[in-house]
Design a protein around this ligand. Structure first.
Ligand SMILES: Nc1nc2c(ncn2[C@@H]2O[C@H](COP(=O)(O)OP(=O)(O)OP(=O)(O)O)[C@@H](O)[C@H]2O)c(=O)[nH]1
Ligand SMILES: [Mg+2]
Length: 709
């Protein structure tokens, strides 16, 4: 069967932003204006459990009024197939943004017109940079009191470092927001009302002069500046094409089609970021945004193919997006519910049909494609095949996990991997009732399999199940979803910090394991060097034994011993990270040496070496931003210091003040309560993981004492 719609008519886009910027609200409008939906549901109207927006359908999302998991919807706009993924803005669910950006071709970054650039916007922007995702900006909430387009645009330029081309200028703000001037088309759109079906009038820019007299003086300045801003926007865009640029500079003329082509070329190449504005809530600007998605964001493959890698993750080529090439897809999300397993995949090349067999190249296992479905938020529709550029889901795959490469078995290939964040916080989890005991471990395993930013461990001392995640909300939501989706109830212990341990110095040691008890004994001697590694370098083991001084078959036992024993450091039993373990020499005995003897030696060696290396305790340090009334600034800054933190930046954000800095996670529990009482309930904060840092020696004991309470 031939392709129904040409690839150039596809747009796979993500909507990303800081929490509450209006992503879900915008997605609802997109579905409404494209005719997919006949009613709009407001995010703040879903808390009573009656209604639901299309993309925030989980119980936990409705109750909290926030997005937790990314949800995909498809729709059509002016002959184009638009696949949209609405992502969460809360930092605890950043994995959802991460995996969406990995498989999308473009992104719309949404801003709250009052708050401007916020911490999660910066994080998501960096992620989009990592994955080379072309993007455009949408300054939403222009109808809010204090909305300040200029402040937001300045943030996009300065804090995100974007080379922007200003496409829209708002007409008024707050209750006076009535539309926008389109600097590219040379016209303004003026809405008659806030109603979702309100019409807009299209007016040449020249006719705007004298038409408005806004209460906020900066809103009038925008109107006065339109000729100059337009000149700037056109120059920035046309600079992509030398010839068009010269024509414009010399004669002041340009071809509108060439202008658009320039913006498209610049955006797709990541050189330009077009900026738009509107108010999704007041139904202004969403249709224009959709036009821009079609005009400027890339179709699948327009930015080139996907990198192919070898087993070490090194790039070895590129897979072009094409129907004719062998089938290659990346699984980016796995969900389990009462209906079974759904494996979401982005198809990069080839065609995958119902009944095909694919090879999971990451795991070396074959997977049968039983059913293929198109997913519309929480509804699925069976389809017979999926093609290059598509995002679909496979039903009932057995072994495939997030990040795995699926491929035509005759042409196996690994696609560029996804990167997952490290969990920094942990809780113990216990079944709530006897009936939950048996089911809990399977259920929790399923939750962890679906979310690569969770980890499951067993406490060595207590035998308790330990769940690690990105934050308190993340863990709470996971346990609650286990109840609603898998019917298993569990209780969570107090959240704890995921500390880590490291080697303090390089050292060389010999360890001899010798045991003589009647018959054959045990004998193994090893000589090793341990070196602290760079942060993030992981645990590396190297076998540097020469001349058969330790028989080959015993060396894996030493490596196994080191890799398992390092899960439990000598300071307080936390995982030891980032070191090189070099096995350089040893001795054996023909009769008494065995794999077990070498393993025992390896374990003892590790314990002794780590203890002797002046080990370090590492703690997660969080990047914290507090937004508050300037009156409370002094108190909050003083508190940063009390919490062993440091302030890196402070300033003004619209009508509010902000403080940014770093605070150890160990000092952040219950921060929200402190902030509320210190700011009479008017302060808000966000935090995300920054880095691990050494705990000063004098503090280790005090911290550990507090932890074990
Ligand atoms: N005044 C105003 N409010 C808006 C606008 N867009 C969204 N909101 C409101 O802002 C709140 C958050 O909107 P959401 O659409 O849930 O924001 P989000 O970006 O999806 O949030 P998360 O998914 O939790 O990160 C809701 O109460 C919306 O009604 C807007 O254009 N103007
Ligand atoms: Mg949302």
């Amino acid at each position: 069967m031939a392709r129904k719609k040409d690839l150039s008519l596809y747009r796979n886009i993500g909507i990303v932003a800081h929490i509450d910027a209006g992503k879900t609200t915008t997605t609802e409008r997109v579905l409404y204006y494209t005719g997919r939906k006949h009613q709009i549901v407001e995010v703040h109207d879903t808390k009573d459990g009656k209604g639901s927006t299309t993309t925030d359908y989980l119980e936990q999302e409705r109750k909290r009024g926030i997005t937790i998991q990314s949800a995909a919807v498809s729709t059509e706009w002016k002959g184009h197939q638009i696949n949209v993924i609405d992502t969460p803005g809360h930092v605890d669910f950043t994995i959802e943004v991460n995996r969406s950006l990995r498989v999308l071709d473009g992104a719309v970054v949404v801003f709250d017109g009052v708050a401007g650039v916020e911490p999660q916007t910066e994080t998501n922007w960096r992620l989009a940079n990592q994955y080379n995702v072309p993007r455009m900006c949408y300054v939403n909430k222009m109808d809010r009191m204090g909305a300040n387009f200029g402040h937001c645009v300045k943030g996009i330029r300065e804090r995100l470092g974007a080379n922007i081309v200003l496409c829209h200028v708002p007409l008024g703000s707050d209750t006076e927001f009535t539309g926008m001037a389109d600097l590219i088309a040379g016209v303004a759109y003026i809405w008659q009302s806030d109603d979702k079906d309100s019409e807009w009038e299209t007016v040449p820019l020249e006719q705007l002069k004298g038409r408005f007299n806004f209460a906020t003086s900066r809103d009038n300045v925008w109107i006065d500046d339109i000729p100059k801003l337009r000149q700037d926007a056109l120059e920035t865009a046309l600079a992509i094409d030398d010839e068009a640029f010269m024509e414009f500079v010399e004669n002041g003329t340009f071809d509108p089609a060439v202008l658009k082509a320039c913006i498209r070329k610049g955006t797709v190449a990541g050189q330009l970021v077009p900026v738009f504005c509107g108010s999704s809530f007041k139904n202004k600007g969403v249709q224009q945004l959709l036009d821009a998605v079609v005009d400027y964001l890339p179709y699948p493959g327009e930015t080139g193919g996907i990198a192919l890698v070898d087993e070490d993750g090194k790039s070895i080529g590129v897979q072009e997006v094409s129907d004719e090439a062998p089938a290659r897809a990346l699984a980016f999300k796995v969900i389990n519910d009462q209906f079974g397993t759904l494996t979401f995949a982005r198809i990069y090349s080839g065609t995958i049909k119902k009944g095909d067999t694919l090879l999971n190249v990451t795991r070396g296992k074959k997977e049968k494609v039983g059913r293929i479905v198109e997913v519309q938020a929480n509804a699925t529709k069976d389809i017979d095949e999926a093609r290059a550029g598509d995002i679909c889901a496979f039903v009932s795959m057995k072994d495939t996990e997030t990040g795995d490469s699926l491929s035509d078995p005759a042409h196996p290939a690994l696609l560029e991997r996804m990167r997952f964040p490290d969990p920094v916080i942990s809780v113990s989890v216990e079944p709530k009732t006897r009936a939950d005991v048996d089911k809990m471990s399977t259920a929790i395993y399923k939750m962890v399999k679906a979310d690569p930013s969770l980890r499951l461990e067993v406490d060595h001392d207590t035998g308790q199940t330990i769940l690690k995640g990105m934050g308190e909300l993340h863990l709470e939501v996971t346990i609650d979803r286990m109840r609603t989706e898998l019917g298993v109830e569990a209780n969570m212990g107090k959240p704890r910090v995921s500390f880590r341990e490291a080697f303090g110095t390089t050292l060389e040691r010999v360890y001899t394991h010798k045991k003589q008890s009647g018959g054959s004994g045990q004998y193994a001697e090893i000589k090793m060097i341990f070196e602290p590694g760079e942060p993030g370098s992981g645990v590396k083991f190297s076998d540097e034994v020469v001349g058969g001084r330790i028989p080959r078959e015993f060396i894996p036992s030493v490596e196994y011993a080191i890799r398992t024993e390092c899960k439990r450091g000598q300071i307080a039993g936390y995982e030891v990270v980032d070191f090189n373990a070099r096995l350089i020499d040893g001795k054996y005995h023909d009769v008494d040496s065995s794999a077990l003897a070498f393993e025992i030696a390896g374990r003892a060696m590790f314990r002794e070496a780590h203890k002797a290396s002046k080990p370090k305790l590492l703690e997660p340090i969080m990047r914290v931003e507090v937004v508050l009334d300037a009156d409370y600034l002094g108190e909050i800054i003083g508190d940063f210091n009390r919490r062993r933190g440091s302030v890196t930046e402070q300033g003004q954000k619209g009508p509010s003040a902000f403080v940014q800095g770093f605070i150890p996670l160990a000092e952040m529990f219950g921060y929200i309560n402190f902030l509320r009482s210190a700011t009479s309930g008017r302060g808000t904060f966000t935090m995300e993981f920054g880095h691990y840092a050494e705990v000063s020696a004098g503090l280790v004991e005090k911290l550990m004492e507090r932890e074990t309470k």
